[in-house]
Design a binder for this molecule. Structure first.
Ligand SMILES: C[S@@+](CC[C@H](N)C(=O)[O-])C[C@H]1O[C@@H](n2cnc3c(N)ncnc32)[C@H](O)[C@@H]1O
Length: 347
């Protein structure tokens, strides 16, 4: 199966392997001796962390130093070389400390079979459903979690949830109770709980579409009796138009484009624009290419993402909107770990 098929197919699993060839692709040739140099640098960072664990250095301090080191190694060497370093870090003795953190372990083990499931996001959102696992963690696990849950990427994801709820509320209040919203890859739709307009009954219809039946079931029961309708569907079903979803004032996707190659991202964005009513808005979020946690995520969490720069986002927006009467804009969240592409229809 090709990369494109994997990304298109909602039934296919999003595994680190399935997106690795995109994430770690590079046209830069690998220098002679580059791998050995990189491996030695990584080994040093891991060894220092190991010694610090042995001497009971503060866990936050160990992690800050190690995450910074991993980030630098990742950026300094070719992606192809970095890809070969990942299993070395994963198999190092210190990995066991990080996996005492239920959040890191969940990401690494992938209990739903794919990366970035809504259950993992619930750790980030500090959802009550994850509290028992956190309470049962060892003192080491708790200390690691105190660090990982406050990482810039997690802070940005919590802000993303709040920003999305604000966008929904702004659209809803401007449509006088007639707003129709579509969330693609909704997960557990945690932003729904933050929406005042949903609470006030001021939204006509809010479709929450996801490929994971467990998440669809959770949304269906949690939002019973509200304007939210859980829909079992995928990027593939949206692109194939196999479901009649209708037209919307606001369509958005968060935590999805980080897994989609440009070709699919553009096709999906074009389809989303077609589903907009006049003057509707489409928004897609992506982790930015300079997140400091990338090295830790790709090694100890086994969570590889397609990180995007401003130019990457503009390339998707330009290709999506060629010849259309729209206005494109780009914004970051407060700590610049997540970037948002926003396309508004002008007619
Ligand atoms: C990182 S979570 C984000 C969930 C939610 N949007 C949020 O921000 O919390 C990614 C979600 O994308 C869904 N997903 C992944 N691939 C998909 C696909 N091809 N079609 C539809 N949903 C998909 C997963 O099931 C998961 O719920």
């Amino acid at each position: 199966m090709s990369e494109l098929d994997i990304a298109f197919d909602g039934e296919s699993l999003i595994t680190p392997d399935s997106i690795a060839s995109q994430v770690f692709s590079s046209t830069n040739p690998v220098r002679d001796g580059e791998f050995e140099e990189a491996r030695a640098e990584l080994a040093l960072h891991l060894r220092v962390a190991e010694q610090q664990f042995q001497s009971e250095t503060d866990v936050g301090q160990i992690m800050l130093r190690l995450l910074t080191g991993l980030h630098h190694v990742r950026n300094r060497f070719s992606p192809k070389v970095w890809e070969q370093l990942i299993p070395i870090a994963q198999n190092h003795a210190i990995a066991r400390h990080f996996h005492e953190d239920p959040f890191t372990r969940w990401s690494f083990e992938k209990p739903r079979g794919y990366s970035g499931d809504a259950g993992l996001l619930d750790f980030i959102y500090r959802h009550p459903s994850k509290q028992a696992m956190l309470d049962a963690a060892s003192p080491m696990g708790k200390a690691v979690n105190a660090f990982t849950s406050e990482s810039p990427a997690c802070v940005a994801v919590r802000e993303r949830r709040d920003l999305l709820a604000q966008y929904v509320d702004d659209v809803a209040s401007s449509r006088g109770g007639e707003a129709e919203i579509l969330t693609i890859a909704a997960g557990h739709l945690r932003e729904g709980k933050m929406s005042q307009e949903l609470k006030n009954g001021n939204i006509k219809r809010w479709l929450a579409l996801d490929q994971d039946p467990l998440s669809v079931g959770a949304v269906a029961s949690e939002y019973e009796g509200t304007a939210v309708e859980a829909v079992d569907g995928s990027v593939r079903t949206v692109l194939m138009r196999s479901q009649t979803l209708g037209k919307f004032d606001f369509v958005y996707a968060a935590g999805l484009y980080d897994y989609l190659a440009d070709e699919v991202a553009i096709k999906l964005s074009q389809r989303c624009l077609q589903m907009l009513k006049p003057h509707g808005t489409f928004l897609f979020a992506n982790f930015a290419d300079e997140i400091p946690d990338d090295g830790y995520m790709e090694t100890f969490m086994n969570w590889a993402l397609l990180l995007r720069s401003e130019e990457d986002m503009w390339r998707i927006m330009r290709a999506t909107t060629e010849g259309l009467d729209v206005e494109c804009s780009l914004r970051y969240g407060a700590n610049k770990n997540i970037v948002y592409g926003i396309i508004r229809k002008l007619s």
